[in-house]
Design a protein around this ligand. Structure first.
Ligand code: F6R
Length: 250
């Protein structure tokens, strides 16, 4: 695990975008897992600049981490719409190469089909992740077993409250989702975690330096062989820079 601590979210995003670009230059048909939410936005902006500079993403296949159950794909806050807006349009991607779970009327079948799609694509080369204030990865909330595949999950009240900022009211935040499981996420060949802001400091410290176990889903990353972490100063608050594990870029 290499952990980079930088002054702001924009720089953290650029570092992660460079990590992604390094993969794509080596493996043009890479399979990349992508996240929604606020954390990855600086990554997508920096990637758009790299595309303007000539980075070719045309052969990459993309898999979203998760999707709400109960929102039609055209709802502005469905993760399909968010990725159309934040990833597909600015990077000029072929929308058909960006896979998002399609819960429709049978989320359980959709979860199984999504897991099968990832396997058929050869697995994920690099999974981009944010982390919840409670340590969740994707929508794998604390207590979720590490080995679980893509599944239907219930959002905790804390997560629904965190995500209420995207909806007119808390009542409209869905209660269920289809999410890549921790088993799916853990099988990715490499990971890039971006976390910014003080509200993430405790979760980052628990994930990177706390005990490994389902109580902190993010601690799964301590078991993964190739993890690139980019934090701003505020999110790194609880992480002690140590030896070569922490590569402070200042
Ligand atoms: C997003 C996802 C979530 C978020 C996490 C952090 O696809 O699965 O795990 O990464 O909730 O969200 P933000 O970045 O909005 O703080």
């Amino acid at each position: 695990m290499t952990t980079h601590v930088v002054p702001d979210a924009r720089t953290a995003g650029s570092l992660v975008a460079e990590r992604i670009a390094r993969l794509v230059r080596a493996v043009p048909a890479a399979v990349i897992g992508v996240a929604t939410g606020s954390s990855p936005l600086p990554v997508y902006r920096a990637l758009a600049d790299l595309v303007d500079g000539g980075l070719d993403l045309s052969r990459v296949t993309w898999f979203a981490l998760d999707e709400y159950v109960g929102l039609p794909p055209e709802h502005p806050e469905s993760y399909r719409s968010v990725l159309d807006r934040e990833l597909v349009a600015p990077l000029g991607l072929d929308r058909l190469r960006v896979h998002v779970p399609e819960p429709g009327s049978d989320p359980y079948a959709a979860a199984a089909a999504y897991e099968a799609d990832i396997v058929r694509a050869g697995g994920i080369d690099l999974q981009l992740l944010g982390i919840g204030g409670n340590g969740h990865l994707g929508f794998n909330e604390p207590g979720t077993p590490f080995g679980i595949p893509t599944h239907v999950a219930e959002l905790t009240h804390a997560t629904r409250r965190d995500n209420a900022r995207f909806f007119p009211s808390l009542l409209e935040v869905p209660t269920l989702c289809v999410t890549q499981g921790l088993g799916t996420i853990g099988r990715a060949r490499a990971h890039a975690l971006i976390a910014t802001g003080e509200a993430k400091a405790a979760a980052v410290a628990a994930a990177l330096t706390g005990p490994v176990g389902p109580e902190c889903p993010g601690s799964l990353l301590q078991r993964c062989p190739d993890v690139f972490v980019a934090l701003d100063d505020a999110a790194a608050g609880g992480v002690e820079p140590t030896g070569q594990e922490i590569d402070a870029v200042r």
